[in-house]
Design a protein around this ligand. Structure first.
Ligand code: DAH
Length: 341
């Protein structure tokens, strides 16, 4: 028995020397230490041994088993090391290769214009005031000096909702009332950017959804001169340092007097072209002195306070700045258009 044990050990170790991979290692383990191995036979045959022989054989058999198990563990870690070495070589990375460029996203052209507008007004002390897109009929019209059934409401084709009196704002002007209610009795200098909605036939010049930037200044002794100075300066900063501007009398229910501002056409320098429809001028915004009823609706006494307001369309400004012919491009998400800005 003892000689047999030595032979088993020698055979097993000799077989182990040839092993180089995980699979044959598992086969080896089954063959030399598994249930049906010669070594296990010896354990099974112990009962048949004499009392003297049994402890000797038992002790040696356990030693052989431990040796084989130890050898198995060693081999296992050798193989693992070898595998790691191989994978480090075969999956070698050339860290000096130039990387793949990430494609840069960019801001939507309207957003770019909006940010320029924010910056210009920020330099003049105007803060951005955010106001809701879902409005009440009262804020969108009534508080802006257009009572129920007033014909001026027809100037805006409105999206109504199933809830009585709740609409999508047709302009950013209702934000003026929210700002006044919040700031009273402080003086106000804000711009109110945001999305507006109109139930309109979509065309090259009009969309159902578009942005506006409203402006509002309220305080003591604010005059039409302040309005003209602020807006002319804005035009010079947005377009050109010596662009000419003009104010034409107009009508809005929420301002009195009201005016529209034109800038000299920067395509033809006022000579007349297709962009300015041969007039030499481009209309860019509506404005006026805040109507006393609107000041009152916001909580400001028109005997004590005065103010001016204006509203412009960043899509229209972007179209002028980049000579874009079709406003529908802004919502088409066509990369060929967007990548140009
Ligand atoms: N809310 C007007 C519109 O959507 C634009 C406007 C005109 C705003 C004159 C004003 C303003 O604040 O004073 O057509």
């Amino acid at each position: 028995m003892l000689e047999k044990l030595e032979q088993i050990k020698l055979d097993a170790l000799a077989a182990m020397d040839k092993i180089t991979d995980q699979e044959s290692l598992l086969v080896w383990r089954a063959t030399y230490t598994g249930k049906k191995s010669a070594l296990m036979d010896i354990f099974n045959q112990m009962r048949e041994l004499s009392k003297e022989e049994r402890p000797l054989v038992g002790k040696r058999a356990n030693e052989v088993r431990q040796d084989l198990e130890k050898r198995y563990e060693e081999k296992q870690s050798e193989i693992k090391k070898e595998l790691l070495k191989e994978s480090l070589q075969s999956e070698i990375l050339d860290v000096t290769l130039p990387g793949r460029n990430l494609s840069h996203g960019r801001l939507h052209p309207t957003t770019q214009t909006l940010r320029r507008i924010y910056k210009i007004f920020a330099e003049m002390g105007f803060q951005v005031y955010r106001s809701r897109e879902v409005e009440t009929d009262d804020f969108n019209f009534t508080h802006l000096n257009m009572p129920q059934h007033h014909p001026a409401r027809d100037m805006w084709d409105t999206f109504y909702t199933n809830t009585e009196g709740v609409i999508l704002r047709t302009h950013t002007s209702p934000g003026q009332i929210h700002a006044m209610k919040e700031y009273f009795p402080e003086p106000i200098r804000v711009i109110l950017p945001g999305m507006c909605y109109r139930y309109e036939q979509v065309s090259t010049r009009s969309e159902m959804q578009f942005t506006q930037v409203e402006g509002l200044a309220v305080g003591h002794d604010i005059t039409f001169g302040d309005l003209k100075g602020t807006l002319s300066d804005f035009a010079r900063r947005l377009f050109d340092a010596d662009v000419r501007t003009r104010f034409r009398a107009s009508h809005f229910p929420f301002t009195e007097p009201s005016a529209e501002m034109d800038v000299e056409c920067f395509v033809c320098n006022g000579d007349g072209c297709s962009v300015c429809k041969q007039t030499g001028w481009l209309e860019i915004l509506g404005s006026g002195m805040v109507h006393p009823n609107v000041l009152r609706a916001g909580g400001y006494d028109p005997e004590v306070y005065s103010g001016f307001a204006f509203g412009m369309g960043p899509e229209r400004l972007t179209m002028l700045l980049h000579r874009i012919g079709d406003i529908r491009n802004f919502w088409r998400n066509d990369m060929r258009f967007l990548e140009q800005f």
